[in-house]
Design a protein around this ligand. Sequence first.
Ligand code: TMP
Length: 213
Amino acid sequence: MSDSGFFVSVEGLDGSGKTTQVGLLAQTLATTGRRVTVVRDPGSTALGERVRDLLLEPRAGAPVSHWAETALFLASRLQLAEEVIRPALTHGDVVVSDRYLDSTLAYQGARGISRSEILELHRLFGLTRLPDLTVILDLPVVLAQTRRESGTAPDRMEQESSSYHERVRAGYLDLAGQFPDRIVVLDADRPADEIARQCGSLVKDRLNVGRAT
Ligand code: TMP
């Protein structure tokens, strides 16, 4: 089913500045007169926030099964799509999501779960509405780790090794090659306001507003 909304996802390693850019993008888009709905994945629903806590609590006890992890990320996304994203897009909103499908492809892909399996699960679950535009904020792993370390204690995903995060980064860059019409990679090793300007123009161009007439 088509909708009149526009769906943007912002992706990147932890420490890439993603959440800051999502906030700045929402502010920029609010000036276009379109209604903007901001979400985070996992999260942004009561169920999703509880699943998020389960997924991110620092590692204790037996390792989490890779498929259990994938299923939980998908459960949170299903609830988010049904409860928030689909209604907002139907209403004509611009939806800005802090992470979405490509996080699963990159992070669970780096666990060894194939892209085709992840995409097939999305199809089976009816998660067929993909973002219209995905911005990947690309940053070398060491820089992302340094930025993150100045913040709070690492969560379970952040506790993973540098080689795991290198695979995640490589996965993101590879996805950009696989879906060139949907995904744009931006260099995140720049001042936040510069990235925000580029990101804002990119989205406004796709929305077909803010162009000189
Ligand atoms: P963040 O929302 O604070 O960026 O943290 C979410 C963490 O969960 C981050 O390390 C990426 C990870 N993640 C996955 O592994 N798979 C997914 O599908 C999603 C959405 C996030």
